[in-house]
Design a protein around this ligand. Sequence first.
Ligand code: GDP
Ligand code: MN
Length: 397
Amino acid sequence: MNLHEYQGKEILNSFGVRIQRGIVAHNAKEAVAAAKQLTAETGTGWHVIKAQVHAGGRGKGGGVKLAKNLQEVEEIAGQIIGMNLITPQTSAEGKKVHQVLVAEDVYYPGENEPDEYYMSVLLNRATGRNMIMYSTEGGMDIEAVAEETPHLIFTEEIDPTVGLLPFQARRVAFNLGLSGTAFKEMSKFVMAVYTAYVQSDSSLFEINPVLKTSDDKILAVDAKVTLDENALYRHKDYVEMRDIREENPVEVEAKEVGLNYVDLEGNVGCMVNGAGLAMATMDLIKQAGGEPANFLDVGGTADAKRVEEAFRLILKDDGVKAILINIFGGIVRCDRVAQGVVDAYKNMGDAIKVPIIVRLQGTNADVAKELIDNSGLDVQSAVQFQEAADKVQAVLA
Ligand code: GDP
Ligand code: MN
């Protein structure tokens, strides 16, 4: 589950990570009140107005702006709230901004220039360990840094039995070229960030930039936090952080009816039982010259009702030109699934306008094939995996 910047910062702060402070506002008036309150609390004269959407690169899209007085706070907040923010990480239509974070300006001028670093914590799947990835080149595209100057990206792997050790945090500070107060501050910062990551059951922290202010404070200016949904049951207070306005509406609907659905760009809708078979089916579709329009695992009980729900979800996508149903009847009998497909098809009347290819393998597969072939509906059956793919290819041609 993805969070907004302000929510990610709240979590960081609750574990003692220093952050750029801010207050959320839903309209220009609230933004001015927030700015006044921040000035009272932090003494800041300037404020940064930051669009709160689930996408990075907001600065590039005009979603992060500096306001030098209250009038500018009002103007900028008014502009950003309600705008359709397009960034390199959103779709071409962009994302509607419902709220902004009014934050203290932490780039205040001093004797030293502020420095921006990059830091993330994530699971390294190759080693099965959490790692801290960090770089002196913060604030900008980390992808570009990885491409052009990979030697400027460092990693620190964490042994799960002992956790992050203080010498490792000091190594991070050292590699970032820090000394004196900033070195100590960074070591503390890294320890706190890692504790927050583990304790909050997150699967990703990305803090870009981490800032060294001109007076040697280290703080998180941005926060992208992804929580592990499977651990949400032990974080009741994080559950309400979900903002479904930011999520794909079809995926939200699928979750409500208990289907495991991920929206993709392609033209062949898939309905499969089991995640592994779903992945294999997607590969096969690609080999047949199509592109999967979705990942959909209907789970163990593929009865008429579930099949119908799955059809409805798949058909919400205009890009779907064919549907491939690939079900292995192990626990569930194939003839029951076939009956489910036929019933769902009939129930949906004219709603299904694309060809459907069904492959049922396993218990009672022969009965199932007969059911489909004799249904009189525009549904083609296949026995072999490859046969299903060939039929998909034929209908797309
Ligand atoms: P992103 O573009 O979505 O990654 O949003 P960030 O929160 O990283 O902000 C984008 C950029 O805004 C940062 O890289 C900074 O350059 C700038 N920025 C953020 N906070 C401040 C601030 O307090 N003062 C000034 N002057 N610039 C800031
Ligand atoms: Mn950022």
